[in-house]
Write a protein that binds this ligand. Structure first.
Ligand code: NI
Ligand code: MN
Length: 229
């Protein structure tokens, strides 16, 4: 199978290129000071939205309308999209479905999910993706939770987790998350977009190496990629 390419677009935004379609997760590009490209340069087939906060919903409506990409999100957020004539598939926590590119499962996340206008956005989620033989976990915005151990038992190839603190796990809890998840590759995200979530990813990487020697921390700059072969 062709390699799967994960490109960090800053904050919690990911482009995942698979043999059967391109996914965009949490497309906060416009107004994201760390975004290496503009929203009109993105041509996804699917858009996954973890929760309705503005820094995750981002440009999803505009991109979906322009490209015809299918949105995959929780029931409440999916309804928001279908209400605007956008094709959306609703899942909910613990549920999974096979798509042409692979399987998507919504995982728990401890966070909020209201829309920027205050409307109810259901429960926030993370994503467990099974693409070919590869397992990719995007925790999205969350606190540390002990059930990450269960997700780690899946045998993860890569996990993307926040380290920014203030709104999500900070580095101390993210080191514990690394232990519970023990993926082959761990990529920190949701940091250094704004001063409030400023962190040192190299220092975090050193701590993970000491705690979980088999996990390799990959520190990406916005626009850089990790390939899973
Ligand atoms: Ni959030
Ligand atoms: Mn966020």
């Amino acid at each position: 199978m062709a390699p799967i390419k994960l490109t960090w677009l800053g904050h919690a935004c990911w482009k995942i290129e698979t043999p059967n379609g391109t996914l965009l997760i949490d497309p906060f590009v416009t107004g994201n000071p760390a975004a290496p490209i503009s929203a009109d340069q993105l041509h996804p087939d699917y858009i996954l939205v973890s929760h309705a906060h503005g820094d995750h919903l981002g440009d999803a409506v505009e991109i979906a309308k322009r490209t015809g990409a299918q949105v995959i999100s929780n029931f409440e957020i999916a309804n928001y999209f279908t209400g605007q004539g956008i094709q959306a598939h609703d899942l909910h926590i613990g549920g999974s479905k096979e798509f042409p590119f692979g399987r998507v499962k919504l995982t728990i996340a401890h966070h909020g999910s209201s829309f920027p206008d205050g409307k109810y956005g259901g429960n926030p989620s993370g994503f467990l993706l099974t693409i070919g033989k590869k397992k990719i976990y995007d925790s999205a915005d969350t606190a540390l939770f002990y059930d990450m151990k269960l997700i780690g038992e899946e045998g993860l190839d890569v996990a993307m987790i926040p380290i920014g603190d203030n709104y999500t796990m900070g580095p101390d809890d993210a080191v514990k998350a690394a232990k519970y998840l023990h993926p082959k590759f761990l990529v920190p995200m949701h940091y250094n977009t704004f001063d409030l979530i400023k962190q040192d990813p190299a220092a975090f990487a050193k701590r993970v190496v000491r705690t979980v020697p088999k996990t390799k921390v990959v520190v990406l700059k916005p626009g850089e990629s990790l390939e899973l072969k």
